[in-house]
Design a protein around this ligand. Structure first.
Ligand SMILES: Cc1cc2nc3c(=O)[nH]c(=O)nc-3n(C[C@H](O)[C@H](O)[C@H](O)COP(=O)(O)O)c2cc1C
Length: 490
């Protein structure tokens, strides 16, 4: 594969590419920051609609806010400069990940065209929505990269963690930390949570910056688990690999942190040792509102931004402006060595953010093969952003993208007392609803909804299911689809 660059270097450049591809709309009607922008964005996501630029926001004349730029295959392919197919996207992601490019520091950074310090610092200067009706505040950090450095190595980490405005110069930042320092398997990343703990152990504050309006590659890198303890400035370097050019950085005005030079807005500040605060509620991708009681407080010391900065935000929900379809490819890579698996799918529409369901298509003939398959699937390294609990195994002729078909197979093939296995939990169940959602070490259910394994020959006769399945073949369906207009039916 030839690295040929993606044709843009910042969010603005990417918006032009979306516009050229007719994948962007300008919303010129006046809209309210209170819930209206969130509701319009959520509805557009549900209908797989275009990216939106809100240009007439009540109370913020002349400022604009962008949503929905990365949610589907077409838009993400434009971001990566590939063909609009999942296969092409995965190839480019893997190619770029394998060829990280060290970032480079440049002299005059667009993100520092305007510098505000002291009394000039005011988080309210940008249009930040109340995204959901029951949100307890305005979340300025939804797609923003939270930038901290590992005090042991100086390596920078960029993570997407929600950040709520507390007052004009204070933010809460919900960097989760369910890992102890040193407890992660190799290849995982340590982010802001670990960095703060390490600094606190020395009684030190943690310098932090949040980059708002990063380009889509940096945004995507921030939301992925990347090996930031073994690769210097992993998110910057891997985004460079995807871009085919180094990520350009600038030193912060008030710390040694390096931030993306072409971001729209940089918020600089620090976490003071042992300071925690409550935040929320916020409508989350799992489909609930939740609040966090012990999150970091960011004291903002400086805001820098481009002239006429573009705000970029995301409404959290079951559908989100993030390439969730990549969860399936991640699952596929975890199961790549399991021989008889022919397809894997994480259904986004019922995945509650963390991919609670995993559909597996496999070529299996016997119940022993299903047993081996379940052992192999259960032993894969699930975790992080992919924590399936419901594993459904079907024959290889099933279209895993057809929820109706998968559920039909479960209903007709899986006997509850015979074809269902539930594993023991390895961690006590906590009863708070949010703990349920993050119950990574909990039990799992495997449902054998295959047909072939439930067929047998007895006295010369086939008993069980009479295969093949009665459905229109892909070839025939394709032929009819291609001639559909000719038939004049609709
Ligand atoms: C849109 C979006 C919002 C997220 N919000 C949070 C959050 O509020 N807190 C959190 O700990 N992780 C959140 N995540 C997950 C982290 O960004 C993700 O796990 C990332 O890999 C963390 O980087 P790190 O491993 O370098 O800490 C979010 C991810 C996305 C895509």
């Amino acid at each position: 594969m030839v690295d040929r660059g993606v044709g843009y270097k910042d969010l603005r450049g990417f918006l032009s590419i979306l516009e050229e591809a007719s994948a962007l709309r300008h919303v010129r009607a006046q809209v309210d920051l209170r819930h209206e922008i969130g509701a319009i964005s959520a509805r557009t996501l549900r209908h797989k609609g275009p990216a939106l630029v809100f240009e007439n926001i009540e109370g913020y004349p002349g400022q604009c806010l962008v949503t929905n730029i990365l949610d589907d295959v077409e838009k993400f392919a434009l971001a990566l400069g590939t063909e609009p197919s999942v296969e092409a996207i995965i190839e480019r992601i893997e190619h770029g990940k394998g060829r990280p490019i060290p970032p480079r520091v440049i002299d005059s950074a667009a993100c520092q065209e305007v510098v505000r310090t002291g009394d000039d610092v005011d988080l309210d200067q940008f249009p930040t929505p109340w995204w959901h009706e029951l949100d307890g505040g305005r979340y300025i950090g939804t797609t923003g990269g939270v930038i901290t450095a590992d005090p042991r190595t100086g390596y920078i980490n960029v993570g997407l963690y929600r950040a709520m405005i507390k007052d004009r110069n204070t933010l809460s930042v919900s960097a989760r930390g369910d890992w102890e320092v040193g407890a992660k398997p190799p290849g995982y990343s340590y982010g802001a949570y670990t960095h703060v703990l390490l600094n606190e152990a020395q009684g030190k504050p943690t310098p932090v910056a949040i980059a708002l309006g990063m380009d889509p590659l940096l945004t995507y890198a921030g939301g992925r688990v990347l090996p930031s303890e073994s690769l210097q400035h992993a998110e910057y370097a891997i985004a460079g690999g995807w871009r085919g050019a180094p990520t350009e950085l600038a030193p912060c005005k008030t710390s040694d942190l390096l931030v993306p030079a072409w971001a729209e807005i940089i918020i600089e500040g620090e976490f003071l040792p042992n300071e925690r605060s409550a935040e929320g509620p916020h409508g989350e991708s799992q489909g609930f509102y939740n609040s966090h009681s012990q999150v970091f407080m960011m004291h903002v010391r400086c805001i820098t931004h481009r002239k006429s900065p573009v705000s970029y935000g995301l409404i959290c929900g079951a559908r989100e402006d993030f390439p969730k379809f990549m969860q399936s490819s991640y699952a596929r890579s975890l199961l790549a060595t399991v021989d008889n698996i022919t397809d894997v799918h994480v259904p986004e529409e019922i995945g509650a953010g963390a991919g609670m369901f995993l559909f597996v298509a496999a070529r299996v003939e016997t119940t022993e093969e299903v047993e081996q398959l379940i052992t192999a699937i259960g032993g894969a390294r699930w975790g992080g952003n992919l924590r399936p609990r419901w594993f459904i195994i079907v024959d290889d002729d099933c279209d895993l993208h057809d929820l109706e078909e998968v559920m039909w197979r479960v209903g007709i093939s899986a006997l509850p007392d015979h074809d269902v296995q539930i594993t023991e939990r390895t961690f006590p169940l906590m009863h708070e609803p949010m703990t349920r959602l993050y119950d990574e070490k909990g039990s799992r259910i495997f449902i054998d909804a295959t047909f072939k394994t439930k067929q047998a020959v007895k006295n010369g006769k086939t008993v069980g299911f009479t295969l093949p399945v009665n459905k229109i073949s892909r070839e025939l369906a394709g032929k009819v689809e291609s001639r559909w207009r000719e038939y004049g039916i609709d």
